[in-house]
Structures are given as C-alpha cells and as structure tokens.
Ligand binder design. Sequence first.
Ligand code: GLC
Length: 476
Amino acid sequence: MRIAFAAAEVAPYAKVGGLADVAGSLPQALAALGHEVSVHLPLHRSIDRARFGIPDDGPSRSVPYGRARSRVSYPAIDREGVRTVFVRSDRRIGRDTVYGPVEVDAKRYGLFSRAVAEDLAASDRRPDVVHAHDWHSALLVSMVAGPYRRTLRGSATVFTIHNLAYQGKTSAEVLDLVGLPRRRVAVESRGELNPMARAIAAADVVSTVSDRYAREILTKEFGEGLEGLLARRRDDLYGIVNGIDVELFDPATDRHIAARYTAGDQSGKAACKAALQRELHLAVGERTPLFGVIGRLVEQKGIDILTPAAPEILATGAQVVVLGTGHPAYEATWRELAARFGGKLSLTLSFDAALAQRIYAGADLFLMPSRFEPCGLGQLISLRYGTIPVARAVGGLADTVRDAAADPRRGNGFSFREYTAAALVGAARRALAAYRHEAPWAALRERAMREDHSWAASATRYVEMYEAARASKRAA
Ligand code: GLC
C-alpha cells in the first residue's frame, strides 16, 4: 500500500508531545512491513535543516489561498525507508514554535492541509491511504472528501485522534481561505469551524491510540462534546495502542545513561540511579526509592492531584524527580515545593530528551496520575527501562498497566481509579511497600522489561484498519 501521513510534529525533527513520537516511528514500522510511506509536516523554523540534511528547496507549487495563491515548496529527505516532506512557506506556515494561538494555527494548518492535498494530487504515485493526525491535519480529510474527491478518488482517509481535548475550533472564515465548503457539521455553531469534528464526520475510518480511550470518548466524561458524533461513527472507530521506538529506548544500548543493562542483568540500573541522584543533587542512596515524573505540568497529566500528593510521597522518605514544562501557575508552585524539599525533590522546568532517558533509567518508579490519557508513552518507556509505573487506570494507562497487587503473576505496575490525591498516594504507598521486598521487586522489574511494546503488533493492526478504510471507500 501507499500510505501518506500528515502531522504537525514528527520526531526527531520537531517534537512537543507524544504525537511526534508516533508520527516519527509508526511510518518506519509500516515501511518495514513492505509498504510505501511518506510523511508531510510543516517546515517549522525550529527544525535544524543542517543537522538533518534537509535541502533548502524542493519542487514548488502555487497553492490556492483565499482569492490569492501562495508559493509552497516541498523539500524532502529519505530516512529509514520513509520519505519525509517538509511543507515550506516561510510567510504563512513556518513559525518559531509548532503551536501558537489557535486562530493563527487554524490558518497555518489550513494552508498546510491544502498544500499537502495539492502535493498528493499532483503526484504520479497517489496514495491508497491518506492518514491525518489530530486537528492540525484534520482539514486534509475534508480536502480528500471535498475539492480533491476526483483527483484523490483512489485514496481512502484515516483520521487518528491523539487528543480530543484540542479540536482547533475557530472562525468559519478559514474555510473560505482554504477552499472548503461552509456546510456545517452538527456540532458546529453558526460561524464556527471545528476541524477535528469535520474529520471525524468525513473520514472513512477514525481511530484513536488505545482501546480503552476509544470507548471512553463515547461518554460525556471524556467525549469533549463530540461523544454524539463519535457514537454515530462507532462502527468505523478503532482503538490501536501505540508502540514505542524500541531501538531509541533501549537500556542495553542507550548512550545517554551511566551504565547499560538488560532484563537478565540489571546490575547497571543501580549505577544509573546513583548517577542521576548525583546529577540532580539528591542524597545518594541505593535503597532510597526514587519516583520519576516526565511530562507537561498540565491538568491532563494530573498535576492538580500530584501537587497535593507530592509532600505526602516525600514524607515517606522517597525522592521525586520532575522534568517538564507547564502552566506558569503550576511551575511556580513546584518551584516552591522544590525549595522546601531540597535534596529530596528535583525540578527541571524544560524539555531535555537525554535527561528524560537518564530519569527513565535511574528511577525506581514512574508516576502518571493522568486525568485522561489517550495512550501515554511514558509508562511504556519506563517499563522498558525496568522502572515501575504508578498510574491512574484511564485510557491507554488502563490498557497497559496491570496492578501487581491485584495480579501478582502478570502485574507490571500499580494503578488507581479515583481522581484524587488520596488515591494516588495510596497507590504510591502500595508500590513502596512492594519495593521493600528485594527479590519479588527484581522479578517484577524483569517482567516489566521483557514486555514487548514495539510497533510490531500495532503496525499490523494499522494495516488491517487501512484495508477496512479502503473497503469502506469502495463501498461508498
Ligand atoms: C497525545 C496523548 C497521549 C498519546 C500521544 C500519542 O499526546 O495525550 O496520551 O500517547 O498523543 O498518541
């Protein structure tokens, strides 16, 4: 199959969150299965062209934009069997950051979607499947179903929801700019455009990144107002859990960590822990339990229950290491906490991929108290490094973390249901009690490390879904 991806962020070129990891590793897994895969992303200013050998320019096209036209070029590179195309318009698409105010982004990504449609339509190798991700490339689905329905009639569309909380709602005037009809979908009010809703309504199939989240979004609690629309697409809605790049995240070969280790010989993990404690100015202690937290300090990630829980977790004698950026109010609160618990709590308010890997390797436990979590990658990476997740049982976390107290033979972590600080502290305490028993803890860690979270299984499920999308397109 010929598969064309479009996404706002793709690792390693541009990364804000988990979308980049997926868009940067699933295509390679599909290519390894023998498919021909391309990925379109905007040429953001932050992308280091020299480092990745991205040419200045590529083929160029004049893309309709409102009553005018816009010059767009398409520099491209090939890497690991995948063609990556950087959609370049310095004037209208390229910015310093991947995301900005939604009114600005709606136009940038609207033009991006149109430019991708133009590029695919002009190609002599038109895709069998167009696979758009999240609201930023959602209008590409509308393009294939609308103005490009003839030129791209052989292309089935797949829309993947990585996070339903961001829908790209903006003024319907954007539709005139990018050449799409004004006809509204049910959830849009007069004068409003909801790109994500349109893609959900128009795609041949819709998917999200875990089975549990696919069911959760049909409810009012998680549906973000789109539960009704999603329920109508229920028969075409898939949940496929994400994989991770097991070559990038591999404690046996990771060059960022102090010592290498494997499931069979975990001795290097203690060296990683000591090095991390030294690096972050924590008291060095082999038997002092160390919790890692990596992610945005925002409500989705459960920061509002983690904040009151942290002093209680620290009071048990454990250490906590936090890496991430977030809402200024939370950053301020966490700065105060870090000052109060010097030597026990370490706070790094930035994103640093190498330090993230040292935390995955050096921590004993990994906290993910998310309010909602479409899939979550942190728990999968931490399992791979033998770092035991303590997670709330929602979305992808519920699908991938099994409580070791409830299921001693198959458990790989600790989980809790209620969205409260008390429930989180309870799960952390259970984890700490288990941590004190060295032999069973080592066995738990080994089991976690031996789990397979590579893309192998999920990539095959994507291929099946693509076939279903093509069949439903043919039937229509
Ligand atoms: C979003 C979701 C996260 C998911 C990632 C990749 O960032 O919040 O749960 O793992 O997308 O699909």
